[in-house]
Write a protein that binds this ligand. Structure first.
Ligand SMILES: [Zn+2]
Length: 587
């Protein structure tokens, strides 16, 4: 595989046709057994996987052991590739564990109180990790990896009332729970000895043939090719990208159904990032208090370009909250039935009836979760596509994004319960949008930079002075921290707080851009820094770029904000881009 600087692997899972399912699942079961045996044998030698990491993973495993159950050289090569990758990843985590062990402290733990269970003090963790990372020789271990291990250590603390003393104590042997078989890359696709995969792009299908154990445990090649229809996205990617060795994998549903999927991995070239000299405009994006997202464009001469865009998801939030309530209800019912069943003696005949009911509830809960997550994903895709699209139509090459706020910082004030419910979901979506955006920016060559949100909602974007927020534009008796309207006492500018925050995020982005242009050094500013200049807005070029869509295109005007409903049905908007760009945006 080439370096990740220039190329990016994209994975698409496709369910195998029914005729191949039984054989594929048997193959996965057999492989899993071998992989788990090998993991168990090699786990005491985890440290060896820390140092020696050159070459393919299967070769390294091959140095220590042969196959515990011999099903052919190539089959073992694929299985040991899985084993090697798992052990290398674990060895890396062990290294991170050894780095964080000296800084683990009770100060990371928030003790249990009557209202709240015990938790983690994330701010303390973050600070300690930043200090730790500054003292490291090189930035060889990423912040996220360290944070992840510290969180796992805290979870250990909750269960055992102390921190773990060794990595092996923290991390149980990572056996595969579901089948997974990575076809080793050097086993050629056309003439492979464990699998064969031929593409017929004109016909839109892949022909897949694999070795498998039959019911008696005897290994064969499958007689014929399994024809797998290729999803459009994969076909489109394959025109430019390169197909890598696939992975066969098992998926489980909560109702017990299991099936095999083949992960097609296409490696595509990343688009080049624009040179800093050529970047002129910045799209500032704020996570709103009242809207999901607000975005504004500012150019390098501190002029705002066009109107802000608000992405409001009120109806969507309501639907998600209803599904969450439904899940809570179902869980309550299931718990009641479970208690009913457990009062019966073990051989009572009514137990069967209880168990059937319980299975029904679990299926329903699972269905609700799937619906809920699907909706979240769809919304995250939509939101990130809209932002990327906005950046492109405005000629912005830098996307300045507010970092992910913690839940705690926005759950206060009036109507906490309702807001909390939305936030519970919004925080999930935000993470998803953030990841999607970063990934899409990489793909299409947009620069992406995260800014610290401190003070951005309480600073006037027109004169740069601190400003207060109020509940309503007309009522300025009492300043409210979470108020929706910002009013500047210095220049008397006032506007929606989320809008002002998005302009401020864009201002931070412009300050960052100008420093990159002048000094070539990446430095973020705080909002009160004199390098962050006020932004003016003359309304020039304020054309509405995205037309109102949906079944109810009527707009409503409240105060200074104009609402255009119907975003959920507006996926076709994306077609205003060239087809190649459009397809890339759809991921
Ligand atoms: Zn002002």
């Amino acid at each position: 595989m080439r370096t990740s600087r220039t190329h990016q692997p994209l994975t698409y899972d496709v369910r195998l046709p029914d005729e191949a399912q039984a054989d594929a699942l048997r193959l996965l079961d057999a492989s899993r057994e071998v992989v788990n045996t090998a993991l168990t044998l090699l786990w005491p030698h985890l440290d060896d996987f820390q140092a020696d990491r050159v070459g393919p993973a299967w070769k390294q495993v091959g140095k220590y052991m042969g196959s515990p159950q011999y099903h052919g050289d190539r089959q073992w090569r694929c299985e040991s590739e899985v084993v090697g990758r798992i052990l290398r990843a674990q060895a890396e985590r062990k290294q991170a564990f050894e780095l964080v062990t000296p800084i683990l402290t009770d100060g990371f733990i928030r003790p249990q109180t009557e209202q709240r269970p015990a938790g983690k003090k994330r701010a303390a963790i973050k600070e300690a990790l930043s200090t730790l990372q500054r003292n490291l020789e090189e930035e060889e271990t990423s912040f996220v990896a360290l944070q992840n291990v510290v969180e796992q250590c805290c979870n250990f603390f909750f269960a055992h009332d102390r921190f773990p003393s060794t990595y092996e104590e923290l991390q149980p042997l990572p056996l595969l729970k579901i089948g997974l078989l990575t076809y080793a890359g050097d086993d050629g696709r056309e003439k492979g000895q464990a699998y064969r995969l031929a593409l017929d792009l004109d016909g839109g299908v892949a022909r897949f043939r694999f070795r498998y154990p039959d019911e008696a445990g005897v290994w064969h090649w499958r007689k014929g090719d399994t024809i797998i229809p290729l999803p459009d996205a994969v076909r489109e990617r394959l025109k430019e990208g390169e197909l890598m060795a696939p992975t066969l994998r098992e998926e489980h549903r909560a109702d017990g159904e299991r099936f095999a999927v083949l992960d097609f991995i296409v490696e595509v070239e990343k688009a080049d990032l624009p040179a800093w000299e050529s970047v002129e405009r910045v799209l500032g994006v704020d996570w709103g208090v009242h809207t999901l997202l607000t975005a504004t464009v500012v150019d390098e001469h501190h002029k705002q370009v066009g109107r802000p865009i608000f992405l409001n998801t009120g109806g969507f939030d309501g639907r998600q909250a209803r599904t969450r309530r439904q899940i809570d209800e179902l869980k309550k019912k299931a718990a009641k039935f479970e208690r009913g069943r457990d009062t019966l003696p073990p051989d009572h005949s009514k137990r069967l009836w209880f168990n059937q009911k319980l299975a029904l509830f679990r299926r329903e809960i699972d269905r609700c979760w799937r619906k809920y997550e699907q909706r979240n994903r769809a919304m995250a895709h939509l939101a990130s596509n809209v932002l990327v699209l906005l950046a492109r139509v405005h000629g912005c090459s830098l996307l300045s994004m507010e970092s992910l706020k913690t839940l705690k910082s926005t759950g206060r004030g009036k109507g906490v319960r309702g807001r909390w419910r939305n936030y519970r979901n919004n925080s999930t979506i935000r993470g998803e949008i953030w990841r999607l955006l970063r990934y899409k920016c990489h793909l299409i060559g947009l620069r992406f930079h995260t800014e610290q949100p401190r003070g951005t909602s309480h600073t006037c974007p027109r004169c740069g002075h601190p400003a207060k927020t109020y509940r309503e534009p007309s009522d300025r008796q009492e300043a409210v921290k979470w108020g929706r309207w910002m009013y500047c006492d210095d220049c008397h500018y006032h506007g929606d707080r989320d809008y002002c925050a998005s302009v401020n995020i864009a201002r931070l982005g412009v300050a960052y851009l100008i420093q990159m242009k002048q000094t070539g050094k990446a430095r973020s500013c705080s909002i009160s820094d004199p390098r962050v200049k006020p932004v003016s807005y003359t309304g020039a070029g304020a054309v509405l770029l995205l037309p109102p869509t949906g079944n109810h295109p009527a707009r409503t005007i409240r105060g200074k904000i104009c609402y255009y409903p119907g975003w959920l049905g507006s996926a076709f908007l994306q077609s205003s881009q060239k087809k190649s760009v459009f397809l890339r945006l759809c991921g």
